[in-house]
Ligand binder design. Structure first.
Ligand SMILES: NC(=O)c1ccc[n+]([C@@H]2O[C@H](COP(=O)([O-])OP(=O)(O)OC[C@H]3O[C@@H](n4cnc5c(N)ncnc54)[C@H](O)[C@@H]3O)[C@@H](O)[C@H]2O)c1
Length: 353
């Protein structure tokens, strides 16, 4: 199958490698609004086509499937157009700015008969696979609480500028702009919310409380102070409640007054607790004794629980097309993540009003 990639920024490289490595795909075309950059990539990897207009790439009848690696606000329109043009689509996370947009994408998927997958890549981590297996096999008992977070210290916020390999600098400030549907909840939050829901089998959301803040901004070049907008949230803290009494406490920040970057995934069960050490791909498992009054702690290795090494989501997407099976991250799960984000943003608006 011939693959195309639209949007050649930071996340594009993983998609490029996956399509070049997979025996069922040929990377056929790339597209970026920065046409010189698309041409640079075409030359470097000796690809047949480079486009600066994604409509043209989608009109190319040679192309079977596309990866959409564009800023969030473009996910829905480009995905719908790609499906309507008969392409299978792997769309980067978050699926779209809102659940309503996600449903439009799902409608296009159903009417096209093509596959749509959302690239929630953190699910494929070995430690997350182990969490899911422990949950599915009933080891946790009653999971009553999950604590998730991804917080970064002020000073390493996403820069408004990024330098490409060919030396050109492009504007990447959409991460900080409300109008572009940036913000830390959609960016870092969607990762941890997806992996929590995936592990717990997508329990039904009942409601949420949340607050958002914009307290800091990244360094800007002299003269750019009035040109760049930083109005999406740099931090969100919240609590979501689910059917059956489960609560999920969360904190996400692009920059706050903390000393170091931390990713938090703690699962609280009545028989077992788990603390994820994502950088070491390991879990601490806290086993509660039968008497409920004592416990032991074990550092668990994913391979002992049958986890397979991380693979880029594109490989599962390609397999699902070849075998005509369900994609590993289906669109209805992408929509459920967006419903949680919608509820949290609504709660932020209410608490900030
Ligand atoms: N799965 C992950 O771990 C992960 C990590 C980073 C980013 N992402 C997601 O990937 C997406 C892209 O993020 P990024 O960090 O690569 O962004 P980026 O800003 O670095 O890259 C976006 C690219 O799209 C191009 N572009 C913008 N408008 C275009 C248009 N109309 N037509 C063609 N090209 C256009 C830009 O020139 C740029 O090269 C986002 O949705 C983000 O949330 C996912």
């Amino acid at each position: 199958m011939k693959a195309g990639i639209i949007g050649l920024g930071t996340i594009f490289w993983g998609h490029l490698r996956a399509y070049m490595e997979n025996e069922n795909t040929e990377l056929y075309a790339v597209c970026d609004i920065d046409g010189e950059w698309a041409e640079y990539i075409r030359n470097k990897y000796d690809l047949p086509k480079a486009y600066s207009d994604y409509h043209e790439l989608l009109r190319d009848p040679e192309i079977d499937l596309v990866s959409i690696c564009l800023p969030n606000e473009l996910h829905a329109p480009v995905t719908v157009e790609a499906l309507d043009m008969g392409k299978h689509v792997l769309c980067e996370k978050p699926m779209a700015p809102s659940a309503a947009d996600g449903r439009r994408m799902r409608d296009a998927e159903l009417r096209s008969g093509k596959k749509l997958m959302i690239s929630h890549n953190q699910r494929f981590g070995e430690d997350v696979q182990m969490l899911k297996k422990l949950f599915d096999d009933g080891y946790f008992g009653d999971v009553y609480h999950v604590r998730i977070g991804w917080r970064r210290p002020v000073g390493i916020m996403p820069s408004p500028y990024s330098v490409r390999e060919n030396g050109t600098v492009y504007n990447r400030n959409w991460f900080h702009e409300k109008a572009s549907h940036g913000g830390v909840l959609r960016d870092l939050g969607s990762h941890l919310i997806d992996l929590t829901m995936h592990v717990l089998g997508f329990p039904k959301l009942e409601g949420a409380f949340a607050s958002s803040y914009r307290k800091f901004h990244p360094e800007v070049k002299p003269g750019d102070e009035d040109k760049l907008v930083f109005d999406s949230e740099d931090m969100v803290t919240g609590l979501a409640k689910f059917e059956g009494g489960l609560s999920v406490q969360m904190e996400f920040s692009f920059g706050s007054t903390v000393p170091e970057e931390v990713i938090i995934t703690n699962v609280y069960g009545t028989k077992l607790g788990a603390v994820r050490h994502s950088s070491e791909k390991q879990l601490d498992l806290i086993r509660v004794a039968e008497d409920g009054q004592s416990f032991t702690i074990e550092r668990a290795k994913p391979e002992d629980y049958g986890a397979i090494p991380f693979r880029h989501p594109a490989h599962g997407f390609i397999e699902a097309i070849v075998n005509d099976t369900e994609v590993p991250v289906p669109s209805d799960q992408g929509i459920k993540v967006l419903e949680i984000l919608d509820e949290l943003y609504k709660a932020c608006d209410e608490s900030n009003a």
